[in-house]
Design a protein around this ligand. Structure first.
Ligand code: ME8
Length: 503
């Protein structure tokens, strides 16, 4: 059985509605999955929601709802957003599902049995916002000496309770060996180095159960404890693969940088302890700030993806997020740079090229491509096709921005070629040569639209239609095409403007 390429996103907390940051990770995962599918490799995209723990319990209480009703409502908002953003989700896991709860208990029981989980007492600090135990030395001091979480900046709770511990300390040497033997396991390299140093400095055992939190999966055989929400959540990647022999191990877990330690240290240690194969890669991308500020509830600057798509369309958002900052870096989201890229790269470079080419075929060749001309040295499509492997290598390294750099280099070169060859002059002077140039341009653009497909699926479908890749009757609109309507052979037809200019 050929293994499917198994790509995951974090499962998101459902204490609030999804925002731009969540959209970013899930779009990236979808782009990667679509890339593999386009290359003939089956891909499986898993996303979902993280529904247990104190934060969710508190949020449901504040909303005056039963916790599971609250979970149902918010989890559905995430699922709806993925549909809206044209993200093809193969499996959507919720940690409140039985298929997941059973697997969490199974893994917990296994580690308990083999001595990797033991009972003790936790005395220390807890950050509800990030649902993490915080070392005294990592806490920040706020006004009046109040201890604050290092990431959240919110007041910490002091816990004193019986707990089960996972023997994380035991696995530091095994983790370091794994990092060394698999240099691509943690990516990007700049962030991997930080994790290496963290593990080299020695690991402490971690608390993996709570007695004060009721909204969670109970510890097998000890119902007074619920399983720590992160221990529960990480297992989703494995529980969702249960019963499918062609999925595990995951090919890549795509996560934000703030949860790299959970995925690059704790999760692989849990898997080693359970005797399970490790994922092939964990990729930690950077954070978006908005107009220079961190997105936060108190600043009220969470960007809703719906607001952006209402103005610019789904594909422009998908494109911009992966174009504006290299995957792995941090960056700033501003309307001004979105509009700039939209007009310069989508409306001008790409949109104009498509409309010029289809218009010229329509005007000079009556909408029909000539039969394949004798292709000489000068056949530009051959040079364009050679870029495919370069783009693929970048996509597979999750260098989406680098792949788009190459694609845009080609798009610009095609625009330059139109100017240089001036088919409108050739049409008068040398009809044969005009056919050849247009044939070449159409074929090059067909390749370009194939490369664009993972990033902007509906735009690529429209370009395909205009260039007669799939064959459609002339009366069809782009929407008809997306709905799968058919066809009249071989016609190149100018369609509606792909990206109307914005001010
Ligand atoms: O951490 N920029 O869930 P979460 C870029 N439930 N990406 C961002 C972002 C931003 N400003 N804000 C959020 C959790 N993200 C846990 C995960 S997994 C077993 C459990 C994205 O709802 C990014 O992927 O806080 C980040 O890691 C994730 O959303 C955090 O989502």
């Amino acid at each position: 059985m050929t293994k499917r390429c198994y790509i995951t996103t974090p499962i998101y907390y459902i204490n609030a509605a999804p925002h731009l940051g969540h959209a970013y990770t899930t779009i990236a995962a979808d782009v990667l999955a679509r890339h593999f599918r386009g290359r003939g490799r089956a891909a499986h995209l898993l996303t979902g929601t993280d529904e247990h723990g104190q934060k969710i319990e508190d949020a449901a209480k504040a909303a005056g709802k039963h916790v599971i009703d609250f979970c149902d409502t918010t989890s559905a908002k995430f699922r709806d957003l993925w549909k809206h953003l044209d993200i093809h989700v193969d499996d959507y896991i919720r940690t409140t599902e039985k298929r997941h709860e059973d697997k969490v208990q199974e893994l917990f029981a296994l580690l308990l049995k083999n001595g990797d989980i033991y009972k003790g007492r936790y005395e220390g600090l807890y950050d509800v916002v990030s649902e993490s135990f915080v070392k005294e030395s990592d806490a920040m001091k706020g006004p009046g000496g109040v201890l604050l979480g290092p990431d959240s900046g919110k007041p910490l709770q002091r816990l004193s309770e019986e707990t089960y511990f996972f023997k994380l300390s035991k696995y530091a040497p095994r983790l370091l060996e794994h990092y060394k033997a698999n240099p691509d396991f943690l990516a990007p390299k700049s962030r991997a180095a930080e994790l290496h140093r963290f593990v080299e400095s020695g690991l402490e055992d971690i608390s993996v159960s709570r007695t004060k939190v009721k909204w969670g999966i109970s510890v097998p055989g000890d119902p007074g404890h619920t399983i720590y929400v992160w221990f529960d959540a990480l297992i989703n990647y494995w529980s969702a693969a249960a019963g499918a022999e062609d999925l595990w191990p995951a090919d890549v877990h795509i996560v934000g940088k703030e949860i790299f330690r959970f995925h690059g240290v704790i999760w692989p240690a849990m898997l080693i302890a359970a005797g399970l194969p490790l994922p092939k890669k964990v990729f930690a991308h950077g954070w978006w700030t908005v107009e220079g500020h961190k997105m936060s509830k108190s600043l009220g600057n969470f960007i809703s993806p719906y607001d952006i798509t209402a103005e610019y369309g789904v594909d422009a958002l998908r494109y911009f997020l992966l174009r504006e900052m290299p995957f792995g870096n941090d960056g700033d989201f501003s309307k001004a740079s979105l509009v700039k890229r939209y007009n310069a790269e989508l409306a001008n470079d790409l949109g104009n090229l498509v409309s010029r080419v289809s218009e010229m075929v329509d005007k000079f060749l009556g909408g029909r491509l000539p039969t394949k001309p004798p292709l000489g040295e000068d056949f530009y499509t051959t040079a364009v096709a050679k870029r495919t492997s370069e783009i693929s290598a970048k996509m597979e390294a999750l260098d989406f921005c680098g792949a788009l750099d190459v694609i845009w280099e080609v798009i610009r070169s095609l625009n330059a070629r139109v100017n240089e060859k001036s088919p409108w002059k050739l049409a008068k002077e040398d009809a044969k040569q005009c056919e050849l140039v247009l044939f070449d341009l159409v074929w090059s653009l067909r390749l370009v639209s194939g490369w664009l497909d993972p990033f902007m699926p509906s735009t690529a479908a429209k370009i395909h239609m205009q260039l007669g890749v799939r064959l459609f009757p002339d009366a069809l609109t782009a929407e008809d095409v997306l709905a799968g309507k058919t066809q009249r052979p071989g016609l190149i037809q100018k369609g509606p403007v792909l990206f109307p200019r914005k001010v």
